[in-house]
Design a protein around this ligand. Structure first.
Ligand code: GLU
Length: 305
């Protein structure tokens, strides 16, 4: 039998002993206050026990990981076809906030996990939801079965103040008629979704439906199998900025990272796994998180390949 706890413990020791833990994101001033020496992991097995190590219970800013939740909510409300007329599903091979490709491709974002794509999804949710921010937060709480999950208003305000690149992307999208609502309202929603704070356990729990054919921990259906297949495919090909190929190559799982230093990955039918280590590599992914997940799938020999 695989010694999951032993493997997590070894990864934790290695991470703690690593001197260069990467650089904390500082383009959102509130995020720059986090120290890079946090490290936690939480493994949620579909059958059997959970395993965890380090600071798995400290909430952190989920940032781009929220893009998976917004895509899931949009898919569950509108189906996949209606959304894919406004955003593509191809890897961008560029950083998450790249703009020139968006101009070249006439306002159709490469995929829903780059910023411009997530802004289009935010526009859809602002149109579809009665109380967009509250309803979205409730969706995430329901996925995780945890009503304590909150926005961090300071992080949302901090990003709104310095989010010039996202304002540029939204204005460009608007100029190509790919946004229906006001830029301000869409970005207010987008900055709030990114500011949600969750710990490793809450994220592993919330990602459970993507490993479990659409049903959450308690067995409630949130997505159908086709939607789950498509979301997992988008995570695998587009979930790690312009390092998605590297993540597939080294780790071999669908997943999503955020500039708060979180990474969530999953093996359908088997497990969800979250790692948090706030120091980033030069592609914007958690430096030790990438290494931790590579070590996990190599030692357990559990990956989609
Ligand atoms: N809120 C961040 C931004 O739009 C998310 C970036 C990320 O985590 O990739 O810049």
């Amino acid at each position: 039998m695989t010694n999951f706890q032993g493997i997590l413990d070894t990864i934790y020791e290695t991470a703690k002993a690593t001197k260069n833990k990467g650089e904390v994101a500082n383009y959102i001033p509130e995020l720059a206050k986090i120290k890079e020496d946090h490290f936690g992991m939480y493994l949620n097995k579909l059958q059997g026990e959970d395993y965890f190590v380090g600071e798995w219970d400290i909430p952190f800013s989920i940032q781009s990981i929220s893009k998976v939740f917004s895509l899931a909510l949009a898919f569950s409300m509108l189906g996949t076809k209606n959304i894919l007329t406004r955003v593509d599903v191809e890897p961008s091979g560029n950083p998450f906030n790249h703009l020139s490709l968006l101009e070249q491709e006439e306002g159709i974002p490469r995929n829903p996990l780059v910023n411009s794509g997530a802004i289009v999804i935010a526009d859809i949710l602002v149109s579809e939801l009665k109380n967009p921010k509250e309803d979205f937060l409730q969706f995430v709480r329901d996925l995780a079965h945890d009503q304590s999950i909150q926005f961090n208003e300071k992080v949302a305000a901090s990003e709104a103040k310095t989010g010039y690149n996202n304002f540029a992307a939204a204005n460009l999208l608007k100029s190509f008629n790919n946004l229906n609502n006001d830029v301000e309202a869409i970005l207010d929603f987008y900055f709030h979704q990114c500011s949600i704070e969750m710990n490793c356990k809450q994220l592993s729990d919330a990602f459970f439906p993507f490993a479990n054919q659409g049903s959450c921990l308690k067995g409630n259906p949130h997505l159908n199998k086709n939607q789950v297949k498509r979301i997992n495919a988008i995570m695998l090909t587009c979930g790690f900025y312009d390092e998605a190929g590297e993540f597939a190559f080294e780790v071999g799982l669908p997943g999503k990272s955020g500039v708060g230093g979180g990474i969530v990955a999953l093996l359908p039918g088997e497990f969800t796994l979250t790692c948090w280590s706030p120091g980033l590599n030069d592609k914007g992914n958690s430096k030790l998180g990438m290494l931790a997940l590579e070590s996990f799938t190599t030692q357990t020999q559990l990956s989609i390949f």
